[in-house]
Design a protein around this ligand. Structure first.
Ligand SMILES: [Zn+2]
Length: 391
């Protein structure tokens, strides 16, 4: 494995460190661009780049868009990382290089209520099969980011006890690393969906993103100043359990009237059931797309409830972008617009409200966030608060 420090060294004042850091942060730069980004003399850049090229660490990336000279970038193969996204019935794998360029992907089914030993065994086999089938056999993974659909204590790097993932409580990142054969870092999936959209998707232009996922439950992931905010015991962003109806239905958390109970996918389908018993979610989305007034009303009302809670969260943390993801977001503007309206109405007059948009990465957001986490841990992405993934 080659970490950023392996290539750049540890002294940020050296010309080599500054050059490699500029390539890391900008992706692709010409020699002139490098000189500007580092404030180093062009002759110094030429010498440093020649040395890095001779070592095979920096390569030409073709002509720069609209610019002159040769575009340079760090060699993509310096590290191969994986993002793993555990769902309740399936697991997704995404293999990527230093630039987060996708090299391979795979998806497998998991048995209901799978425990950590079973889940990790499936992923280990998946990694071996996928690398082999993609011509990457023998390419060891430098790091793996793992997303789990339940609470994770980010600081301790340990799965917190919960009814959502009963067979995983107490599983540590070290145990995951041992099972998968590469350094691993673990995080909650809603947080990684947020990180994925922040780094590579709808939030990439700004520094602070609030991503709300409306799915079988509702959760938010918060990135402030390019740092993933996980909170005490990883509990930040549990907006699904904000009270919205004091006498509302019982929630799986044990309280009643939580946002989850009135606006998550099961609640949406329950609202449809008087006229459409047993409706599948895919059919609900088809009804929305076909402008069925009842389906659109149910989707919009759920989104309005979510928007009310998100608007309050925006006043608290002031993101520049709100990203709406998850199954209900597939309904499109009928869901995004009520969230946007709620956020704009709640904004302090005279201050810019956050931009509200749908996610841009589809169902790859969580795996991409896991890739970002792994690259951050290796130093190949500048990330505040990244957990080091060093051997
Ligand atoms: Zn609840």
């Amino acid at each position: 494995m080659t970490t950023f420090r392996d290539v750049a060294g540890v002294d940020p004042s050296t010309t080599r460190y500054r050059t490699v850091a500029a390539l890391r942060d900008h992706g692709v730069l010409s020699r002139a661009g490098l000189a500007r980004a580092t404030s180093l003399a062009p002759s110094t850049i030429t010498a440093v780049v020649r040395g890095l090229s001779d070592e095979g660490l920096v390569v030409e990336a073709g002509p720069p868009a609209g610019g002159r000279g040769t575009a340079l970038r760090v060699k993509g193969q310096l590290a191969t990382v994986a993002g793993v996204d555990f769902g309740f019935r399936t697991v997704r794998l995404l293999v990527a290089d230093v630039h987060a360029t996708e090299l391979a992907r795979a998806e497998r089914a998991l048995p209901d209520g799978y425990d950590s030993a079973r889940g990790l065994q499936v992923v280990r086999e998946m990694i071996d099969d996928t690398l082999g089938a993609s011509g990457l056999a023998g390419r060891a993974l430098s790091g793996i980011g793992v997303a789990l659909p339940g609470p994770v204590d980010s600081e301790r790097q340990e799965v917190a006890p919960s009814s959502v993932l009963p067979g995983w409580a107490g599983t540590t990142a070290s145990a995951v690393s041992a099972a998968l054969g590469a350094p691993a870092v673990i995080e909650n999936d809603a947080n990684l969906a947020a990180l994925g959209e922040h780094v590579y998707g709808a939030g990439r232009q700004g520094s602070s993103t609030l991503t709300v996922k409306i799915h079988s439950g509702i959760g938010a992931g918060i990135v402030l100043g390019d740092r993933l905010v996980t909170g005490s015991a990883g509990g930040a962003g549990e907006i699904g359990h904000v009270l919205v109806d004091r006498l509302g239905p019982l929630c799986r958390c044990g309280k009643r009237g939580c946002l989850d109970t009135v606006a998550a996918v099961p609640a949406v389908l329950a609202s449809m059931s008087p006229l459409h018993p047993g409706l599948r979610f895919a059919d609900f989305l088809a009804m929305v797309a076909a402008d069925d007034p009842g389906a659109r009303r149910i989707a919009a009302d759920a989104a309005e409830l979510v928007g009310g809670v998100v608007a309050t969260a925006c006043l608290l943390v002031a993101p520049d972008t709100v990203v709406v993801v998850g199954a209900l977001a597939r309904a499109g503007e009928v869901v995004v617009e009520p969230v946007r309206r709620a956020v704009q109405e709640a904004a302090v007059p005279g201050r810019a409200a956050p931009v509200v948009s749908a996610g841009q990465l589809g169902d790859r957001h969580t795996a991409m966030g896991a890739v970002a986490l792994a690259l951050g841990g290796l130093g190949w992405r500048r990330m505040a608060g990244a957990k080091a993934l060093l051997s």
